[in-house]
Design a protein around this ligand. Structure first.
Ligand code: NAD
Length: 463
């Protein structure tokens, strides 16, 4: 049996188990199975998709693993600026794997169809544009860009080259998010008016103090290339290389790193193109390790009324020293309920609807009036409202959890490769990716410049 066939059967088996156990969305279930079945038809020995991963760090390895769960996908090459990670890639994927420290060598290869870009944020945009212009499909990690000013050029490159391009905010491919969107659109929580979303963490690793290898040095790290697109240049510093998220020169702070997951999910569910006003505040409360970005940040963001949705407010927060422990939530509040999304794969809905009657008595002025007034008012109230109208309706809630072992990244990659094979649109294209990233990057601008940022979501421009 061919490797592809084996992989397919494994994939299908996992899916049947997964879907029959707990999937309570028929639509999502059918779609999931349909995708896998159509993948079987299309994946033959001669139409393998050969990929290369550029940026072989934590996410590069994780993305590669997820990509290779899709039948017919093969790893051809890896690129990284630290030698140890290229050696590790060979340990895992075989000594004949092509490895390089220069992404242009990957792009020059004719045998590579698609690249995964999982570098530090400062390189996403340039490599993505280079890759599309070299005829490669691109899966770019989030945030799509390091600076708002890079977005339109990247969208233009995609539109000109017509290469398949997807941003890596995997929750938009999650079956849980698909189900949540379905229920939201069916009116499960009434008319939306506000959203609170956050990431709370309480650990050194959660606050990006990742392990640095003993052999880190200018001999094993291409430091010059790493910082070549930064305005401010520094002497070699292992912390800046291996913990780049802590420095604005290479990362995008908690806003670009984590708010972007929250806004991607929010835009996906509400169908929004983005907000119109953004304000944020930040503090460096605990992790004073030389970083130049806040470890606690809050943003208030206003979404105006559009044809896709009514006006609503979003508050976002990341807290890296939270006594609440590790916890992430997106709470979408509507006039008749609240949808609480936890992580990428489960959510619950609680419904609360006002009674028809306006209410009288209890915490009210009624008891402050004379007995005669109270009686007259109560008689009048009971005449105007039936007993049923005076009751608060009790509406059943809902909860949904993706099956054990479900991984949204696998589905996000399946969507990406489906698009390469069939031409069907990706789930998270460059316009969606930029519309999610830009307001997050505007949170940084708001914090560093202490001002409200106005954003034109339609045209994707700062006002
Ligand atoms: N989708 C998600 O859930 C998710 C989760 C984690 C990280 N990410 C994203 O993945 C990206 C990588 O994060 P990470 O945690 O893996 O970081 P990391 O530091 O572990 O790995 C980044 C790697 O990129 C390499 N690199 C940097 N510039 C390069 C260049 N010009 N050419 C080739 N290689 C280059 C570095 O050598 C490093 O090994 C980030 O943009 C991050 O936002 C996404």
């Amino acid at each position: 049996m061919s490797t592809d066939r084996r992989k397919f059967i494994k994939h299908l088996g996992a899916s049947v188990l997964l879907t029959s156990a707990t999937l309570n969305s028929l639509a999502a279930k059918e779609e999931n199975e349909l995708r896998i079945l159509s993948a079987e038809k299309r994946v033959g020995p001669n139409d393998k998709i050969r990929i290369a991963t550029i940026g072989m760090g934590i996410m590069g390895f994780a993305d590669t693993r997820a990509a290779l769960t899709v039948p017919g996908v093969e790893l051809a090459a890896c690129c990284d600026l630290y030698k140890g990670r290229l050696d590790r890639a060979k340990e895992l994927y075989g000594s004949s794997l092509f490895t390089t420290g220069d992404h242009r060598e990957i792009l020059a290869r004719k045998d590579i169809d698609a690249v995964i870009i999982a570098t530090s944020d400062n390189w996403h945009s340039q490599i993505a544009i280079d890759a599309m212009r070299s005829g490669k499909a691109v899966y770019s990690e989030k945030p799509m860009v390091h600076q708002i000013s890079q977005g339109l050029a990247e969208i233009k490159a995609q539109q000109e080259t017509k290469m398949v391009f997807q941003v890596g905010s995997q929750r938009v491919s999650s079956i849980a998010y698909k189900k949540a969107k379905e229920l939201y659109e069916a009116g499960a929580i009434g008319k939306i008016n506000s959203i609170e979303a956050s990431f709370n963490r309480q650990s050194a690793l959660g606050a990006w103090q990742y392990t640095i290898p003993f052999d880190a040095s200018p001999q094993t790290v291409d430091w010059a290339r790493f910082q070549s697109n930064a305005k401010l240049k520094y002497d070699y510093d292992s912390k800046r290389f291996f913990r780049w998220r802590n420095y604005r020169e290479y990362g995008t702070g908690v806003a670009g790193d984590l708010f972007v997951h929250l806004l991607s999910g929010i835009h996906f569910i509400t169908g929004s193109k983005g907000p119109e006003r953004i304000y944020s505040i930040g503090d460096l409360a605990y992790w004073k390790d030389g970083r130049n970005v806040p470890d606690v940040m809050s943003a208030v963001i206003h979404y105006g009324e559009t044809k896709e949705h009514p006006a609503f407010q979003v508050t976002l927060r990341v807290n890296f020293i939270s006594g609440e422990g590790d916890h992430s939530t997106t709470k979408i509040v509507g006039s008749e309920g609240v949808m609480d999304l936890m992580g990428d794969d489960n959510f619950s809905i609680r419904k609360n609807k006002m009674p028809v009657a306006t209410g009288i008595g209890g915490w009210d002025s009624l008891s402050t009036f004379t007995e005669a007034q109270q009686k007259a008012l109560m008689d009048d109230y009971n005449k105007r409202f039936s007993q049923a109208d005076q009751q608060q309706p009790t509406l059943p809630g809902e909860s949904y959890r993706a099956p054990e072992g479900y991984n949204a990244s696998n589905d996000h990659f399946a969507n990406f490769f489906d698009s390469i094979r069939t031409g069907k649109p990706v789930v998270e294209d460059a316009v969606f990716g930029f519309r999610a990233a830009a307001p997050c990057l505007a949170c940084n601008d708001s914090y560093f410049e202490n001002k409200v940022i106005k954003w034109n979501a339609e045209e994707m421009k700062i006002v």
